[in-house]
Write a protein that binds this ligand. Structure first.
Ligand code: SR1
Ligand code: MG
Length: 391
């Protein structure tokens, strides 16, 4: 009834059905479809509580920001996000394009599919959003107005707690640690004061540095993909934060796919080596293509002070925060409340423990040496070094 009233895309007499298809931590997602015409839309509704924890209450107006973010992203880089058809403030529900013939990237990677243009696509999205929503491109007043509109206290608080705080506290009841990783987490995460200091710095930047409009939760569950195309969706965590956060999250999540393949695929599976190599190449290419596109865009802004010399300084700062964010995303997915299935679904406990040690060690290198990740190769060298240590 809701969809029929709000949209005209279905025939008046169409017999519509719906089913709940969400598997995320927060919202309710329904597919509404007409079996006869084959047309369908997605309805995303925000409830008061998150699905992952009844204790976690989130203001229900988050859809407003999500819709605005999707529309703004569509305006600067068309074709990368699903179309929004309608937002209902009372129902707290978005009606949007059903991304048919696409599947969640997390599942796509867990089926060991390679995607030739992913680095090209995602680096464009990351570079364009890093530049076009920043002071490098927006006017002074426009930027401040948008920062105000995107103040996102509840969703940012989730990240501040789940990503930047709880995984470092041994007494935090929200953490979920795999039994074979407990000792390692105790020694390497809970006891490492230098690490805590660096994460505190990153958290402070996350809270205060309104550089650009971030997606805010860019993992492989926020991407739908097919052989030829990607959709980036679900930007309900969007806010003006430090450029580099989305890039870092992407890098961390791609590496989870490497860990899953490394642990789950038998050595005699001839898809294993190409897939694992493709993941590493993709991480390297995303970083290098991001850098190249960022600088090109920066130089084309026409802004005297922000192109050229300052552009390079700005980029270095973004790359530093990207490395730190790759680290914090990695640690929270191993130690914290919100897990990724790439780790949970590793069936051999010893292999899961090894994967988690690799991820945590790499994360520490990203965070403690965040200044040193200036090219794609810097990531690959760090990854290979840590893998060798646990071989
Ligand atoms: C309570 S929400 C837990 C996580 O799910 C979302 O997708 C975000 O990643 C958040 O941190
Ligand atoms: Mg989400």
């Amino acid at each position: 009834m809701f969809v029929r009233k709000r949209l005209t895309i279905f025939e008046k007499k169409a017999s519509l059905s719906s089913m709940e298809i969400g598997d995320g931590n927060i919202n309710y997602i329904y597919r509404v479809y007409d079996i006869n015409s084959g047309k369908s839309v997605i309805v995303k509704q925000a409830g008061y509580n998150s699905r992952i924890s009844a204790d976690l209450q989130i203001s229900t107006d988050r859809g407003r920001r999500e819709v605005q973010a999707l529309r703004m992203q569509e305006s600067i880089i068309p074709g990368f996000v699903p179309k929004v058809y309608y937002y209902d403030e009372i129902m707290c529900a978005i009606i949007m394009e059903d991304m048919v013939n696409h599947e969640m990237m997390r599942h796509y990677l867990m089926a060991f599919h390679i995607h030739d243009s992913f680095a090209e696509d995602i680096s464009s999205f990351l570079a364009v959003t890093a530049i076009k929503f920043s002071d490098l491109c927006l006017s002074n007043k426009q930027k401040k107005e948008l920062v105000r509109e995107f103040i996102n206290p509840d969703l940012c608080e989730i990240t501040e707690n789940l990503v930047f705080t709880e995984p470092y506290q041994r007494t935090c009841g929200n953490n979920r640690i795999f039994y074979l990783s407990e000792e390692f987490v105790e020694q390497e995460i809970f006891s490492d004061k230098e690490l805590h200091r660096e994460v505190a710095k990153a958290k402070y930047e996350f809270m205060t540095k309104a550089q650009t409009l971030l997606h805010g939760d860019l993992h492989t569950g926020s991407i739908f993909i097919n052989e030829h195309h990607i959709f980036i969706f679900d930007p309900e965590f969007a806010f003006f934060g430090p450029g580099g956060f989305d890039l870092g999250n992407m890098i961390a999540n791609l590496f989870f796919a490497w860990c899953y393949a490394d642990a789950q695929m038998p050595c005699n599976d001839n898809r294993k080596e190409p897939f694992c190599n493709w993941i590493l190449d993709t991480i390297e290419n995303i970083v290098d293509k991001f850098i190249q596109k960022f600088l090109e865009l920066c130089n084309s802004t026409g802004s005297m002070e922000f192109s050229g010399y300052y552009g390079a300084i700005y980029l270095k700062d973004i790359l530093r925060f990207a490395a730190a964010s790759a680290g914090t995303e990695s640690i929270r997915r191993v130690v914290g409340l919100a897990k990724v299935i790439e780790l949970v679904k590793i069936t051999d406990d010893l292999k899961r423990a090894r994967a988690e040690k690799i991820i945590l060690s790499l994360a520490k290198a990203y965070i403690k040496n965040s200044n040193c990740f200036l090219t794609g190769k810097d990531y690959i060298n760090a990854i290979k070094k840590v893998i060798a240590k646990f071989s």
